[in-house]
Design a protein around this ligand. Structure first.
Ligand SMILES: *[C@@H]1O[C@H](CO)[C@@H](O)[C@H](O)[C@H]1NC(C)=O
Ligand SMILES: *[C@@H]1O[C@H](CO)[C@@H](O)[C@H](O)[C@H]1NC(C)=O
Ligand SMILES: *[C@@H]1O[C@H](CO)[C@@H](O)[C@H](O)[C@H]1NC(C)=O
Length: 750
């Protein structure tokens, strides 16, 4: 539209106005007074004065519109609409009256009336950019995106420095999938004088989302950062920047951005939840747990979150907290069957066998009665494991069979049934079960392990060795740390890592306590008890070094293979191939037995030795030498383990005056006449070998010395011969193959 025609239109309006009678001065006076009151903020006074102007002159169109505006501010939309209607009736040629009516109708959600009024205003004053803009909004709200676009375009053309209409145009274009033009529009908003003088985050963030949607991630990140620089507390933008960095594969960056978003909107649960998932996915389990705990602090009734927290804690290796979280979830909904199952498994790992059984039996009850499913099979298998650990092999076998009946393809049920048959010395059936387990699951690590044992027991040594090699290959392919080839109960690298960290921290704590002269007082705490009983031995500073050496040897596939090959050669003697480790904490806990720790200074003073039967790679001797100061001898049947022990001890012997030696042979042939402490790793020894060992101990060891074993005294018939084993103490502690292993201690009496 040319400048001349605009002027003409303006002139026409003036002429129309003039052609109507002017309001009388009294009405004008009220009008002016009302305007002053409105300006001073007295809306009610203003409304009354406009009303007086109208009272004096009922055709006063401007007064109607002005009062309508005041009523709008007073939130009386209906009243406002009524006044605008009057104004348009009295002065239908005034564009502003229609525009105001349109705004009131729009707010009252009368969109078609609003659109009609805006269109009339535009007809009367095509230059009125605000009317174009508002028409665009109403049309878009009515779902007519295509028709809205020309209105926005016109509004922007008429008033190119108006940010809101520019952003609306860009948004509409984006919604219309016209990304190129949308980008041009958003970029134009960035260079507007208005946004240059007063920086505004909106155009940056609009552009950022557009770029994000187009997967132009680097540019999007830049735009989000620009927007956040202007408006640093914009949590949604902060979160979006995290999403962009995540999509770019910049995980540490994403994490930092999500953290900021959570800090900005701590109560925003979806963001926290997403963040927790992200952390879990990227292995930051302690942060994930923290985040989940944060949401639970806001809403402790979310059972799904409790379960998630439990899973994270279990993954993290904090089994006690995982147990609590499952219990919290179950308190909210006792029918969560899978939570009962997982809780049962955890409790078994924690050595709480009664609780584990209860949880698993509850899960089984909750499982649909007639379900012959993998689920039933899993629960029954887990129940079987609990029975087996309680020593009830018959119930265990029955549960495994029940699992197989429910789901014949459940490999773990066959594998575990094989173990029970093995323990029942039913080699043939055991072999069959393991083969079936491997047929069903060719990656089943435990089945390789057990089957190789059974095969060698049955004299099929070459077949057994081939299986072991395959097992090591598979573990390497799957990233299973070699350590886990020798350890049951540690079914993830992370669990193992945590376990090792805990062990090392404990050893450091022990060394610190012994190193300081402070009296730790009377206590049940093993560290306190031992540090009160004995002096710091000269090798104490080597303790953590020794532990690390042992653990790193155990974590080597070469070592595992060497050990197995040699062990499987033993054929029927290869039951003893099973390997397990006693953690330093557990070992120390046994050593801190009140009676033993009391006698310990005497043993050391008299130069009595520490002797280990079945010393494996010698760690108990190394513990005894460094942590307590004993001279130690380890007896071990496998040549290769003796060599390993010697290599581990070499460092120690060169730096500490301690006598640690390893003998390849049967401890029953040992000279025990100077032994103060005899530790027997006899969990799997044949009964007759164990009896021979104990008889030798009571006849040769000095009175007052101590014998430690994994099993109770042999049965009644031999009781008389072993009556010198007195003052029996039993304790329970966690070892690598059993979280609730029993230990038996006796004192030898004359
Ligand atoms: C990853 O994100 C962080 C935080 O947003 C950022 O500082 C860093 O530059 C990003 N890294 C790359 C390679 O873009
Ligand atoms: C165990 O060995 C694996 C593979 O060699 C290695 O990646 C891992 O870090 C080791 N773990 C420990 C605790 O030493
Ligand atoms: C260890 O044996 C050496 C001799 O080999 C002896 O001198 C030392 O006293 C013994 N130490 C203890 C604590 O028995």
């Amino acid at each position: 539209m040319s400048g001349a025609s605009v002027a003409l239109l303006g002139l026409a309006a003036v002429l129309l106005q003039i052609s109507r009678a002017l309001p009388p001065p009294a009405a004008q006076a009220h009008f002016l007074r009302a305007q002053q009151l409105e300006e001073s903020g007295d809306l009610q006074g203003a409304s009354d004065s406009f009303q007086k102007a109208i009272g004096v002159y009922p055709d006063y169109a401007d007064a109607f519109r002005a009062r309508g505006k005041v009523l709008e501010k007073l939130s009386d939309l209906e009243g406002a609409k009524h006044h605008y209607l009057e104004a348009t009736r009295l002065a239908p040629e005034t564009a502003a009256n229609h525009f105001s009516l349109g705004l009131a109708c729009e707010q009252l959600n009368d969109l078609s009336q609003a659109a009609q009024s805006y269109s009339l205003a535009i007809k009367l004053d095509p230059m009125m950019s605000a009317a174009h803009y508002s028409l665009g909004i109403v049309l878009e709200r009515e779902g007519a995106l295509e028709s809205a676009l020309p209105s926005y375009r016109e509004a922007v053309r008429l008033n190119p420095n108006h940010l809101a209409s520019t952003l609306s145009l860009g948004d509409a274009l984006k919604r219309n999938a016209d990304f190129k033009e949308a980008e041009v529009v958003f970029r134009s908003a960035l260079s507007m004088p208005a946004t240059i003088t007063t920086p505004n985050a909106k155009p940056h963030l609009r552009l950022a989302s557009l770029l994000q949607q187009q997967q132009r991630l680097e540019e999007a990140a830049v735009s989000f950062r620009n927007g956040l620089e202007v408006s640093p507390s914009n949590a949604p933008a902060q979160f979006s920047l995290g999403l962009v960095e995540e999509a770019r594969g910049n995980w540490s960056g994403a994490k930092a951005e999500y953290e900021k978003a959570v800090r900005l909107a701590p109560g925003h649960v979806p963001v926290q939840r997403y963040f927790a998932k992200f952390l879990r996915k990227h292995g930051d389990l302690s942060k994930a747990a923290e985040s989940l705990q944060g949401i639970l602090d806001i809403d402790p009734t979310d059972k799904v979150l409790h379960v998630e927290l439990a899973e994270v804690m279990a993954q993290f290796g904090d089994l006690s907290r995982a147990e609590t979280s499952y219990q919290n979830a179950l308190a909210l909904d006792p029918r969560l069957q899978s939570a009962h199952t997982k809780l049962g498994i955890l409790q078994r790992q924690l050595g709480k066998l009664d609780d584990a059984r209860t949880s698993l039996e509850t899960a089984l009850v909750l499982n649909p009665r007639d379900a012959e499913t993998a689920e039933t099979a899993e629960i029954c298998t887990q129940l079987g494991v609990v029975h087996k650990m309680r020593g009830d092999l018959r119930s265990a076998a029955a549960r495994y069979q029940q699992a197989i009946d429910a789901d014949p393809s459940h490999a773990a049920a066959h594998g575990n049934l094989g173990i029970v048959r093995m323990l029942q010395e039913n080699w043939e059936d055991a072999e069959e079960s393991f083969w079936e387990a491997l047929r069903l699951d060719p990656d089943y690590d435990g089945a390789y392990y057990s089957l190789s044992g059974v095969l060698s027991l049955r004299g099929k040594v070459d077949e057994a060795k081939a299986l072991v090699r395959r097992r090591i290959e598979l573990a390497t392919e799957k990233g299973i740390w070699p350590f886990r080839l020798s350890m049951t109960q540690l079914d993830s690298n992370r669990l193992l890592e945590n376990r090792l960290r805990q062990e090392e921290e404990y050893a450091k704590k022990y060394a610190a306590a012994l190193g300081s002269n402070a009296d730790s007082g009377h206590s049940e705490d093993p560290i306190a008890r031992l540090s009160n009983a004995i002096e710091a031995p000269p090798g104490l500073h080597q303790l953590t070094h020794v532990i690390r050496g042992v653990r790193s040897m155990e974590n080597s596939s070469d070592w595992a293979l060497r050990r197995w090959e040699e062990c499987l050669e033993l054929g029927s003697g290869s039951v003893a191939c099973a390997y397990g480790t006693t953690w330093f904490e557990t070992w120390l806990q046994v050593m801190a037995d009140s009676s033993l720790s009391q006698k310990m200074p005497h043993y050391l003073e008299k130069g009595l030795r520490y002797t280990v039967g079945g010393s494996a790679i010698g760690y108990q001797c190394l513990f005894a030498a460094t942590a307590l100061g004993f001279n130690c001898t380890g007896y071990e049947l496998l040549q290769c383990l003796v060599a390993d022990s010697e290599s581990l001890a070499a460092d120690l012997k060169s730096s500490v005056p301690v006598d640690v030696e390893f003998v390849c042979g049967d401890a029953t042939n040992a000279d025990l006449s100077t032994t103060g402490v005899l530790w027997l790793n006899d969990a799997l020894w044949p009964a007759e070998v164990r009896l021979k060992m104990l008889l030798k101990a009571v006849s040769v060891m000095p009175p007052g010395s101590t014998v430690i074993s994994y099993q109770p005294k042999p049965d009644d018939q031999q009781q008389k011969q072993l009556s010198q084993l007195r003052d029996e103490r039993m304790m329970t502690a966690s070892v690598s193959w059993n979280p609730a292993q029993h230990f038996f201690l006796w004192t030898i009496t004359p």
